[in-house]
Design a protein around this ligand. Structure first.
Ligand code: G4P
Length: 524
C-alpha cells in the first residue's frame, strides 16, 4: 500500500575507526543532498579529540548530536536516512545497537592505516546480521598502502570477499583520480575541496586515448592493474552484495570531495530499500499495511531540569501516524504520541507520518527500554542484538544507605537504556556492572546522583570476561556451577553467567568441562 514511499528509502550507517573520515564523508553526502550548504556544518556532531578525558564535555557534545543522530535528506528521487554512530569507542554498544536499525552500511577505511580495531569489531556485527556493506577507501590524496595489499587486508581482517568497483590512479602527491569500473568512466582528480570531479566516459582502458588524460606511466600501470583486478576478482554481482557475501570497494578522498558522488550514485542503485525484519513470532515485511517498529536507542537528556529521554524507533512496516494509538507490547498498553520527531539533516521537527525505513524520536519518561516493540495491536517481539561480553567490571555499592531504593531504581533504568550490563553474583548477591569503557562508569555514577539522588561507590572486580554458559549435560553443569560458585552470576534475564577471572582460568575451565558451551554473546 505504501510501497512507493518505502522503496525509495535507503537507511544506512557510516562506520569507521575514529579519524578515518566518517564525519567528512557524511558532510559531503549532505552537501550533495542539499541538506546543508557549507562545509563544516556537521562538525558539531563530532566528539572533539581534546575532550576525550572529560566525559561531561563529551555528553554536552552528544547532546548536540541528538539532532544529528539521524540525517535525512532527499536525493535523486530517494529518501536517504543516515544514522550517526558515536565515534568514541567507550560508547561502542550504542553503535552496535544502531546497526540493528539500518539496512546497509558504508565502511570508511583510511588508505594509510588500513583496517583498524574498531572497524573490525563493527564488521563482526554486520556479519552476524548479514548486513550489506560497501567499503570506501579514503584519503587517497595521501601516501597510503598499495591498493592490492589493502584489499587483501580487508578480506582477511574483515572476513568478507571484496570486489573493487573503482581503481585509483597513483596516490598521494601524484594522485590522478580513479577509473570507475562500475560506470566505465575515468574520474579525474582536481584537488579543490568543493568541486565535483571531471568525469569522462571511458569503456576500455586499453584505448590509446587514455594517455591523453593521464601520464604514460600511469596509463601502463592502470591497464596492468585493471587486468589483474578482472583476473583476480569475479564480476560484481549485486545479489551477492545484498546477501552480505561480497563488499564492493570504492577509492577516493572525502576531504576533496573526490569519488563521493560516484559512491553515492552506485549506493543508490545497489543498496537495499527497507528489508524484512525478524520477530520472534514471524518475519515482518516493510510493505505490510500495519505499523510496527522497535526501540533501538534511548538518548537521555542530561539536563536535570528536564528528565526526559528520546526513544529512537525504527519503523519496520507500514505507516506511523501522529496521535494514533499504538500498543507497547512489553507493557501491554496502548499509547499515543503527540509529538514524534523526525530528523531532517540538522533540524528536529514534529512529523505527522513516517514510513517503514524511517527513524522517529519519541519523547519518553521511562516507558521504554531498548528492544521494545510497538504495533497496531499484534503481540510481536522484534529480535534485537545480543549483548557482548563486557570488557571491564566493577562492583557497584550503595554509598548512601538512606537511598537504597533510588539506587536500585536508577540502576534498573540505566540498564534499560543500555548504558551498561548488570550481573548479580549468585554467591553473595553483590551487583556487578560490566562495561566496554571507563567512561560508562563515570556516566552511571553521575547520572545516579543527578537524576535519582543516589550515590554509588565502585569497588574493583578483577574479572576478565563474562561467559553465558549452557550444557545438555546437566550433571557437568551442576558440578561446574558448584566448583565455580564464587564466580557464578545471573544476568537481568536470569541466565547463568560465569565471570572468569583470567584467560588462563577460562581456558582451563573449557578444557576441564568439555560438555559446557561458553558463549561470549548473550544470545546463542
Ligand atoms: P572521523 O569522523 O572518522 O573521526 O574523521 P573525520 O571526518 O573527522 O576526519 C579525520 C581527519 O581526517 C580530519 O582532519 C579530516 O579533515 C581528515 N580527512 C578526512 N578525509 C580526508 C581525505 O580524503 N584526505 C585527507 N588528507 N584528509 C582527510 P583533522 O585535521 O583531524 O580535522 P580538521 O581540523 O580538518 O577538522
Amino acid at each position: 500500500m505504501y510501497e512507493e514511499e518505502i522503496h525509495k528509502r535507503r537507511t544506512f550507517a557510516i562506520i569507521s575507526h575514529p579519524d578515518a573520515g566518517k564525519t567528512t564523508l557524511t558532510e559531503k553526502l549532505l552537501l550533495f543532498g542539499g541538506a546543508i550548504h557549507v562545509a563544516g556544518a556537521v562538525k558539531s556532531n563530532k566528539i572533539r579529540k581534546t575532550a576525550t578525558s572529560d566525559w561531561m564535555e563529551i555528553e554536552k557534545q552528544r547532546g548536540i548530536s541528538v539532532a544529528t543522530s539521524v540525517m535525512a535528506f532527499d536525493y535523486g528521487g530517494h529518501k536517504i536516512n543516515i544514522l550517526d554512530t558515536p565515534g568514541h569507542q567507550d560508547f561502542a554498544e550504542d553503535t552496535y545497537r544502531t546497526l540493528t536499525a539500518v539496512d546497509s552500511v558504508i565502511i570508511v577505511i583510511d588508505a594509510a592505516k588500513g583496517v583498524e580495531l574498531q572497524t573490525r569489531k563493527l564488521m563482526e556485527v554486520c556479519s552476524m546480521r548479514k548486513t550489506p556493506v560497501i567499503v570506501f577507501v579514503n584519503k587517497m590524496d595521501r601516501e597510503g598502502k598499495d591498493p592490492f595489499d589493502l584489499l587483501d587486508e580487508i578480506e582477511k581482517e574483515l572476513r568478507i570477499s571484496v570486489r573493487p568497483l573503482s581503481w585509483p590512479i597513483d596516490a598521494g602527491q601524484r594522485f590522478r583520480g580513479v577509473y570507475n569500473i562500475y560506470e566505465e568512466k575515468l574520474d579525474l582528480y582536481a584537488p579543490s575541496k568543493q568541486h565535483v570531479t571531471e568525469s569522462i566516459a571511458f569503456a576500455d582502458v586499453r584505448s590509446p586515448e587514455l594517455e591523453k588524460h593521464i601520464s604514460p606511466e600511469q596509463a601502463v600501470k592502470l591497464r596492468a592493474d585493471i587486468e589483474l583486478v578482472d583476473g583476480v576478482y569475479p564480476p560484481f554481482d549485486a545479489e551477492d552484495y545484498l546477501k552480505g557475501d561480497i563488499a564492493p570497494v570504492f577509492f577516493g578522498s572525502a576531504l576533496n570531495n573526490f569519488g563521493v558522488k560516484e559512491l553515492l550514485d552506485c549506493f543508490l542503485k545497489i543498496a537495499p530499500s527497507p528489508r524484512a525484519v525478524g520477530a520472534l513470532e514471524r518475519i515482518v515485511h516493510p510493505e505490510e499495511e500495519r505499523f510496527t517498529g522497535f526501540v533501538f536507542k534511548i538518548h537521555a537528556n542530561m539536563d536535570p531540569n528536564h528528565r526526559s529521554c528520546i526513544a529512537f524507533v525504527k519503523i519496520c512496516s507500514g505507516r506511523f501516524e501522529r496521535n494514533a494509538n499504538y500498543k507497547h507490547v512489553r507493557q501491554d498498553k496502548m499509547m499515543r504520541f503527540s509529538s514524534p520527531t523526525a530528523f531532517m539533516a540538522q533540524k528536529k521537527e514534529t512529523v505527522d507520518e513516517a514510513f517503514a525505513g524511517d527513524i522517529i524520536g519519541l519523547p519518553d519518561t521511562g516507558n521504554f527500554k531498548i528492544g521494545d516493540t510497538l504495533t497496531e495491536g499484534e503481540a510481536l517481539h522484534f529480535k534485537g542484538l545480543p549483548s557482548f561480553s563486557p570488557e571491564m567490571f566493577k562492583y557497584i555499592e550503595n554509598a548512601d544507605p538512606m537511598k537504597a531504593k533510588q539506587l536500585n531504581k536508577g540502576i534498573e533504568q540505566l540498564m534499560d537504556e543500555g548504558v551498561a550490563q548488570l550481573f548479580t553474583n549468585r554467591f553473595n548477591g553483590r551487583k556487578i556492572i560490566g562495561a566496554v569503557g571507563q567512561l560508562q562508569f563515570e556516566v552511571i555514577q553521575y547520572r545516579l546522583l543527578h537524576e535519582y539522588g543516589a550515590q554509588c561507590r565502585w569497588e574493583a572486580a578483577s574479572f576478565y570476561k563474562a561467559c553465558w554458559i549452557e550444557s545438555a549435560n546437566l550433571l557437568m553443569l551442576d558440578n561446574f556451577m558448584k566448583r565455580k560458585a564464587q564466580y557464578m552470576a545471573t544476568d537481568r534475564e536470569g541466565r547463568n553467567v560465569y565471570l572468569a577471572d583470567s584467560a588462563y582460568v577460562l581456558n582451563m575451565a573449557q578444557q576441564d568441562f568439555p560438555d559446557i558451551k561458553f558463549h561470549f554473546i548473550s544470545e546463542f
